[in-house]
Design a protein around this ligand. Sequence first.
Ligand SMILES: [Zn+2]
Ligand SMILES: [Zn+2]
Length: 137
Amino acid sequence: MDQSIWIDKLKEKGLKATQQRLAILEVLVEENFPLSAQNIFSKLRRNNPNLRLSTVYRTLNSFVEKKIVRKLDLIDKESFFELLSGEHHHHLICMKCGEIIPIDCPLKDYEEELIDNTDYTIIDHRLKIYGICPRCR
Ligand SMILES: [Zn+2]
Ligand SMILES: [Zn+2]
């Protein structure tokens, strides 16, 4: 993640770019998928043993207020959060060097077919493609 972009973005929204805020944004950027506060907390806790779940909630809610993050109420109990920036897309990831290339979503037609066949309301999907880039091959 290019931190300077997010430091500017936080400033622009009137939030101080604290390590904790940047760490939470980093998880959301890297996962590129809606996450619950609990998900984010579990990921960050490994490196931040003093972090509290309530802090993650408070930070996420301030992001929602400032329209940096969107809150998705998918299930009764738990809210999911995702970044508001950027179009829906997926990632092609090199397993050797870790390069990540955004790719367009190939699943739009498939989703419509699923809706027709199952009568589900589709909320989201996740797709990551792993490979070896030309430089690493
Ligand atoms: Zn590579
Ligand atoms: Zn997609």
